[in-house]
Design a protein around this ligand. Structure first.
Ligand code: ADP
Ligand code: MG
Length: 392
């Protein structure tokens, strides 16, 4: 994010609201390398921040008025233009369209006792692709929370900002997401993966310098989203909770990988068994990935990604033909490994490749999509970037 880009968002704010903003902040989208459907089981995840960011130009207000605007909001009824809200009458679930993301943050702050937040003028502009499983929603929430924390001197920590942003999405917007997306956006650092224990939010920054190893991680956004997605997420969550209950643990995090065969034998319901097998084995794959990275054996992460995809496809059944095609076409073209990332049913996949094979693998995936009659995917390298920060 260049200073010029920040200046541009500040100039747009001035144009909209008639005065310069008090500051400009940025928060990135993320892509998850490994550890999927684990964050609501107190498990482990390993995301990295993307160079794509949501940028917010913000000023305080003392009159209870919250005005929000997004450069990317659509032009349909109630979509474009400045949204005017009253901070004291923000109501969870009331549905204010896209504006619920920043408004939810103001609500969550005030609900947590930060009543010093008495209003704001906010202009947002984001380069994070929306609905592609790259957390454009968390980027909006985290950038809003960081800006208000800074302006109102609330003294929140980065994990504190993430938890507050998650609460905004869960309770105000009404999306039952885990905490990974917001933690990644708030806490990632340049050149690192974030190894996150979602039980206590312990973070470890894991160096991820793919250039130094002659490797590249590609993000393939399939540009599809299957309607099945939302209900299926809740269903998988319920399956995991049923598994934990049946095994007598609080969450599936407490089931060690070594105990998995035994645990599976005790579960009668095949759907619940599949959920348990996925979560316990994916937590183990995060541990294996971290060990391989610590040992400098980055290429060996490829097969772990492949295994993770099979588990999501066959056990959790959250993949789709487009995601499966990315993985099979990339593998056939010589990729080291690939898997769907994010919630599934569309969205994106990650592909680990030798740097000098990246173009050929991308071309093979594009050709496979064309041959299948799918819309062209969007492919770009995932460069581990900085988390949320102030720009101006
Ligand atoms: P993801 O977080 O994976 O991109 P979500 O469905 O969680 O997908 O969030 C996408 C939603 O976030 C969009 O439908 C829109 O409401 C909101 N959103 C994201 N970026 C913007 C933006 N720049 N302007 C307005 N709304 C946005
Ligand atoms: Mg989201």
């Amino acid at each position: 994010m260049s200073a010029a880009a920040a200046e541009k968002v500040a100039a747009q704010f001035q144009e909209l609201y008639g005065t310069a903003p008090e500051g400009v902040w940025a928060a990135p989208g993320r892509v998850n390398l490994i550890g999927e459907y684990t964050d609501f089981n107190d498990g482990f995840v390993m995301p990295l921040a993307l160079p794509h960011t949501a940028v917010a130009a913000v000023s305080r207000r003392t009159d209870g008025v919250l005005r929000v605007h997004s450069a990317e909001a659509g032009t349909g009824p109630g979509q474009g233009g400045v949204v005017h809200l009253d901070v004291t009458s923000l109501t969870p679930g009331a549905g204010t369209g896209w504006a619920a993301y920043p408004a939810g943050v103001v609500w969550a702050l005030r609900d947590a006792g930060h009543t010093a937040v008495t209003g704001a003028d906010i202009h947002l502009s984001s380069t994070v692709p929306t609905g592609a499983g790259l957390s454009s929603s968390a980027a909006l929430e985290v950038v809003t929370a960081l800006a208000l924390d800074d302006l109102y001197g609330l003294g929140l920590t980065a994990p504190g900002i993430a938890v507050l942003a998650q609460r905004a999405e869960n309770a105000f917007v009404g999306v039952p997401c885990g905490v990974m997306d917001q933690m990644a956006s708030a806490c990632c650092t340049d050149g690192h993966l974030l190894h996150l224990d979602t039980r206590d939010l312990t973070c470890r920054q894991v160096p991820f310098d793919l250039d130094a190893h002659g490797l590249r991680l590609l993000v393939v956004d399939t540009r599809v989203k299957h309607a099945l997605g939302d209900g299926a997420y809740a269903e998988r969550r319920a399956g995991c909770e049923a598994g934990a209950r049946a095994l007598g643990v609080r969450t599936l995090r407490e089931v060690a990988y070594e105990e998995l065969p035994d645990a599976l034998e005790r579960l009668a319901d095949p759907t619940v068994r599949a959920c348990v097998r996925h979560v316990v084995s994916d937590n183990h794959r995060v541990a294996r990935t971290m060990a391989l990275l610590d040992a400098g054996d980055v290429r060996a992460v490829g097969p772990v990604l492949d295994e993770g995809h099979v588990s999501l496809r066959d056990d959790l059944r959250v993949s789709c033909p487009e995601l499966d095609l990315v993985v099979s076409a990339a593998g056939a073209a010589g990729a080291l490994g690939a898997r769907m990332t994010g919630g599934g049913f569309g969205g994106s996949a990650v592909v680990l490749v030798e740097a000098d094979a990246a173009d050929a693998v991308a071309a093979a995936v594009e050709a496979a999509f064309a041959a299948a009659g799918y819309p062209a995917p969007r492919i770009f390298p995932a460069v581990a970037s900085e988390g949320a920060r102030r720009l101006l």
